[in-house]
Design a binder for this molecule. Structure first.
Ligand SMILES: *[C@@H]1O[C@H](CO)[C@@H](O)[C@H](O)[C@H]1NC(C)=O
Ligand SMILES: *[C@@H]1O[C@H](CO)[C@@H](O)[C@H](O)[C@H]1NC(C)=O
Ligand SMILES: *[C@@H]1O[C@H](CO)[C@@H](O)[C@H](O)[C@H]1NC(C)=O
Length: 390
């Protein structure tokens, strides 16, 4: 009798729980990018060990590599996979290819591998290949429709990461708008993302801004160190670090384009620990300072001066130094870890090898969000259950 009475409530409870738990593609505030353009980095299984030791839950990869998706199975790690730029045109013109891609690279690994998002292309708008600009929206729509057909649209968030090339006038933050050459592609894309509840994904690098103008930018402003900061007249807000200013610049551009409600998520940020002669400031002590202070900034679970209620969430770039990346030396030196699995510098994480341990106590930083969001979920579910009973 008791069982028959309780069963429907239990079912409702579970439904409510899974529904609620699936709304967020991001747990806590700290995530990391797992780039693999290297021939000497640890195996995906070792990466799982590393990430679990560091208590990092949110991971992005730039493709949908099956060895990675298998290694992440049953680990609780939440992963966003990437549809590479080279496939955008095909996915845009062939809905059936998009369906197959989602079947083979997402559906086949669920639920054991907790895939929570698909990044459709990377830094497409404003990038060098403008043939991709026009294919981005069609690809995003076809990929979304595929998730819908497979009943995954409530679980998998569709997005695309933007570089600063999509903006003009990003100083001061309130002055930022979308660049005229991409706005015709950006607006319909944002309309679609607004409709399906996706955030605006930003790759934000105070490092790149700093090295482009080291004479005029205070490195302490870029590194979250004490400095006099900048004042934004229109927002009447003071900024003491550049990352907050970059995020609010994105909010300003979104407002200017009519998207006041869209959330900004930082999908990449980091600092190179080595660089070429002309990449001033690319060294291990600055990289450590940036990444250490960034961890503290994210652990505060605070918004920005202009959007105090939108807690800043960011994926660090990146886990490893990637030796096969082209471009300036900095490109191969963003890793929190070296290719051998040891730490690049000490921000409280542990390397793969025994003995490579840190002496920092970062317990407060380490407990990023997980326990809190689950507690809230459970409390909400319990109150919902209580409401249903009475
Ligand atoms: C997506 O599916 C809807 C119906 O579910 C359809 O109206 C729409 O045309 C589809 N979009 C694309 C791009 O295929
Ligand atoms: C805002 O951007 C414009 C360029 O479009 C520039 O002329 C102006 O000086 C900027 N405003 C401020 C306060 O810097
Ligand atoms: C790193 O660069 C800063 C300047 O940005 C400099 O003051 C510092 O000495 C450098 N550190 C190392 C270890 O080279």
């Amino acid at each position: 009798m008791i069982l028959r009475f309780f069963d429907p409530f239990l079912v409702l409870f579970l439904l409510f729980f899974t529904q609620f738990a699936s709304l967020q593609a991001f747990t806590g505030t700290y995530g990391i990018n797992y780039g693999r353009i290297a021939d000497n980095i640890p195996s995906p299984d070792e990466v799982v060990t590393l990430l679990r030791a560091a208590k990092i839950r949110n991971v992005r990869i730039y493709d949908a590599d099956h060895s990675v998706l298998k290694a992440f199975s049953g680990t609780g790690l939440e992963i966003v996979v990437g549809l590479p730029n080279g496939q955008l045109q095909d996915m845009s013109s062939n809905a059936d290819h998009a369906l197959n891609w989602v079947k083979e690279n997402v559906h086949a690994f669920l639920p054991e591998t907790r895939i929570r998002g698909i990044a459709v292309g990377n830094e497409v708008l404003g990038g060098s290949n403008d043939a991709w600009w026009g294919a981005l929206l069609g690809a995003a729509k076809n990929i979304y429709n595929a998730t819908k057909k497979l009943h995954l649209d409530k679980l998998i968030q569709i997005s695309t990461a933007n570089s600063f090339a999509v903006f003009s006038n990003s100083y001061p933050p309130s002055n930022c708008t979308f660049n005229e050459n991409i706005v015709q592609y950006m607006k319909p894309l944002l309309e679609f993302f607004e409709e399906i509840g996706s955030p605006f994904c930003l790759n934000a690098y105070p490092f790149l801004a700093y090295i482009s103008d080291p004479e005029h930018i205070d490195i302490n402003y870029a590194l979250f160190q004490p400095n006099k900061g900048i004042y934004d007249q229109r927002y009447k807000r003071h900024y003491d670090n550049m990352l907050d200013a970059q995020i609010d610049a994105a909010y300003a551009a979104l407002e200017d384009a009519g998207f006041d409600k869209m959330e900004v998520i930082v999908t990449e940020t980091g600092w190179a620990s080595a660089g070429d002669q002309n990449e001033v400031g690319a060294n291990a002590s600055n990289a450590r300072t940036y990444n250490y202070n960034l961890r503290k900034r994210l652990a505060m679970k605070k918004g920005t001066p202009h959007r105090p209620k939108n807690v800043v969430k960011a994926y660090i770039f990146a886990i490893f130094n990637e030796d096969s990346k082209p471009g300036p030396t900095s490109e191969r030196n963003y890793g929190l870890f070296k290719a051998d699995g040891s730490i690049s510098y000490n921000i409280g994480f542990h390397g793969l090898n025994a003995g490579d341990s840190s002496h920092l106590s970062l317990k407060d930083i380490n407990n990023q969000g997980m326990s809190r969001s689950y507690t809230i979920t459970i409390i909400l579910c319990l109150s919902a259950l209580t409401l249903m009973i009475f």
